[in-house]
Design a protein around this ligand. Structure first.
Ligand code: NAP
Ligand code: HSE
Length: 427
């Protein structure tokens, strides 16, 4: 008897699409035993039919989307082309045609996730997007299913492989930012425009998705404060080492009584914190729930096969649902509308590095400005003292963002302060 076949179409055959294609070939036979059906790639939508694509049956390639959406035999559409359009319209058309969709597209899910999930529910379709956050790491399904019995109050993580790779290389090998970024791009970690990685936008989209799911309330990318790693210098790294810390780009979300606090920014993180040992392109997500307590999920956050792992896991889930006729079981889980706190109201500790005149009374003036803005000082280090100038490094206690910004604005106006060189949050 011939095995049952589930036909799928790929939209995109780049880094992730290439990996998904390979992994489907690899798993197809075992799926007969694990799912009871075989997966078959029926068509692959690409931009260019003339690109060299090793190991791919070129008869499957097409530039004609209609030939996919109008093919009644294709049951699952795998969107791995990226960007908002035409991906959004294609997913809408696919769902409208009753096809199930798997996507790795965080740009799209962070901005239009709610409406797309509602559309999927209206058509009784699955719309799964595990790969859109933290690459290979299972985190969306655990939050929606395994941890569903919890009230989650905190989600914190390293969710961008490119920046973690860059910071690791800068920290451990003294590599320049530019050289480390070029290597991350070569390895397939970076987005087509790496600005999204290095400016924290990619991590911002991921934490918008994660906090929406964790707190059952839609958080949009525009609500997320984002700051990237482009201003981190070798001097900052040297101080981090001296203080027994590392510098990591963290995505942080808390559900507090006064609203959701959510942001992405570089953090000086003590070496005792488990996230400090997450190196290279690895990602990790920390979750705190009222029943589970602390849980941490760790794995590769980017790259061809790790991302394909998450995409194919979703495809297999859809295939299983198809076998039992139970697609569309889990849709959008946002049932409340919590406010997002203005980031200026959020409290953090700060590491501040500034260049000052080497003259009597400067330290007292700086301390007085901080005191006037409710900033409590935790540590002061003065180094690189020359005849006329010195470098002052100050760590603060927790203080509201607007207090520290007001204090720095006042300091910048003072004759005895020539430059505020760094402002990095500490954990
Ligand atoms: P990529 O290497 O740039 O590949 C994009 C693919 O989509 C290419 O094959 C391209 O066709 C095709 N494509 C783009 N626009 C198209 C259009 N309008 N019509 C037809 N085909 C089109 O991108 P990627 O790195 O694989 O990323 C894909 C998605 O996965 C993105 O949403 C990304 O954010 C997400 N993601 C990536 C990673 C990662 O590590 N790279 C990890 C997690 C999630 P041609 O080949 O003909 O140019
Ligand atoms: N550019 C992303 C990263 C890919 O570096 O993590 C995974 O979303």
């Amino acid at each position: 008897m011939e095995n049952k076949k589930i036909k799928v179409a790929l939209l995109g055959l780049g880094t992730v699409g290439g990996g998904v294609y390979k992994l489907i070939q690899r798993r197809s036979e075992s799926m007969i035993h694990t799912v009871g059906a075989e997966l078959e790639v029926e068509k692959i939508l690409v931009h260019s039919l003339h690109k060299k694509r090793e190991g791919v049956d070129t008869d499957l390639l097409t530039t004609d989307w209609k030939s996919i959406v109008n093919d009644p035999e294709i049951q699952i559409v795998i969107e791995v082309m990226g960007g908002i359009e035409p991906a959004k319209s294609m997913i809408e058309e696919a769902l409208g045609a009753g096809k199930h969709v798997v996507t790795a597209n965080k740009d799209l899910m962070a901005e239009h996730g709610g409406e797309l999930l509602d559309l999927a529910a209206a058509h009784g379709c699955d719309l799964l997007f595990e790969a859109s956050v933290a690459g290979a790491i299972p985190i969306i399904r655990p939050l929606k299913q395994c941890l569903a019995g919890n009230e989650i109050s905190e989600v914190m993580g390293i969710v961008n492989g490119t920046t973690n790779y860059i910071l690791t290389k800068m920290f451990e090998e003294n590599m320049s930012f530019e050289a480390a970024l070029a290597k991350a791009t070569e390895l397939g970690y970076a987005e087509a425009d790496p600005t999204a990685d290095v400016e924290g936008l990619d991590a911002g989209r991921k934490v918008a998705i994660l906090s929406s799911i964790a707190f059952h309330s839609r958080v949009q990318f525009k609500d997320v404060y984002t700051e990237g790693i482009t201003k981190i210098t070798a001097e900052d790294i040297a101080y981090a080492k001296e203080f027994d810390c590392v510098i990591k780009l963290l995505a942080v979300a808390h559900n507090t009584d006064k609203g959701i606090e959510v942001g992405v920014y570089p953090v000086l993180l003590g070496k005792e914190h488990p996230l400090s040992s997450v190196r290279d392109s690895f990602n990790a997500v920390f979750v705190h729930g009222d029943a589970v307590d602390d849980a941490m999920f760790y794995g590769r956050g980017a790259g061809e096969m790790p991302t394909a792992s998450a995409v194919v896991g979703d495809v297999i889930d859809v295939a299983r649902n198809l076998q039992f006729g139970c697609n569309g079981r889990i849709s959008c889980t946002c049932y409340q509308d919590l406010p997002v706190k203005p980031f200026d109201e959020v409290k953090n500790k700060f590491f501040l590095r500034m260049q000052v005149k080497n003259e009597p009374g400067v330290l007292a003036k700086v301390a007085s400005v901080f005191g006037g803005h409710k900033v409590s000082i935790r540590r002061v280090v003065q180094k690189h003292v020359q005849e006329e100038a010195a470098e002052l490094v100050i760590s603060t206690e927790k203080v509201k963002e607007y207090h520290i910004k007001d204090a720095l604005r006042e300091l910048q106006k003072m004759d005895s302060i020539s430059e505020i060189s760094s402002m990095i949050r500490e954990y």
